[in-house]
Design a protein around this ligand. Structure first.
Ligand code: AR6
Length: 167
């Protein structure tokens, strides 16, 4: 079973095999955690996105690139549903976590850090964004041994910790 922990901080400084990016379907960078990952990892990430994802990525799907200059080896990009734009299908959000772990398994990653997908610009209600993350990551069949959910605020960190503690 996956060891699931809540971490308060910046996903770009995590020493793990793979960090997950909350991307968009164009896969050419953006704001939020996507912007932070591209900035910190350098231009190699965008170059790899262009090469590997000439047509972008579907909502709910995931795929990997180099992590450039990040401490991680890979970035796993996934595209959450845009709640603010009316995409309210929760199975798409669950799929982001499942598909990201499948990609991590393909890569042989044993430690993976996730942000809270769709919980920022895409406006997914925070309590449910946390529930979807924790409940899906906890129950997925995977070879990944350690998963960190990296929360960017103390409030979110407390929500993630509480959900994990619910067991
Ligand atoms: N480390 C960890 N978490 C972060 C960081 C960071 N460095 N920066 C932000 N967060 P968001 P989304 C948190 O908006 O809602 C982009 O423009 C943030 O506080 O990054 O899936 C993409 O290109 C929030 O809790 O992703 C897409 O267009 C969580 O990460 C769109 O935004 C997710 O917020 C995706 O929106």
């Amino acid at each position: 079973m996956v060891e699931l922990t809540a971490v308060l901080g910046d996903i770009t400084v995590q020493h793990v095999d793979a960090v997950v990016n909350a991307a968009n379907t164009a896969m050419r960078g953006g704001g939020g955690v996507d912007g932070a990952i591209h900035r910190a990892g350098g231009p190699a990430i965008l170059a790899d996105c262009i090469e590997r994802f000439p047509h972008g990525l579907a909502t709910g799907d995931a795929g990997w690139t180099t992590a450039g200059e990040l401490p991680a080896r890979w970035v796993i990009h996934t595209v959450g549903p845009n709640h603010s734009a009316g995409q309210r299908d929760r199975s798409l959000l669950v799929s982001c976590y499942r598909r990201s772990l499948e990609v991590a398994d393909e890569l042989g990653a044993s430690a993976v850090a996730f942000p809270l997908i769709s919980a920022g610009v895409y406006g997914w209600p925070l309590d449910d964004a946390v529930a979807a993350a924790v409940d899906t990551l906890r129950t997925c069949e995977t070879q990944v041994e350690a998963v960190r959910i990296v929360a960017f605020s103390e409030h979110l960190h407390a929500l993630v910790q509480a959900r994990i503690a619910q067991g």
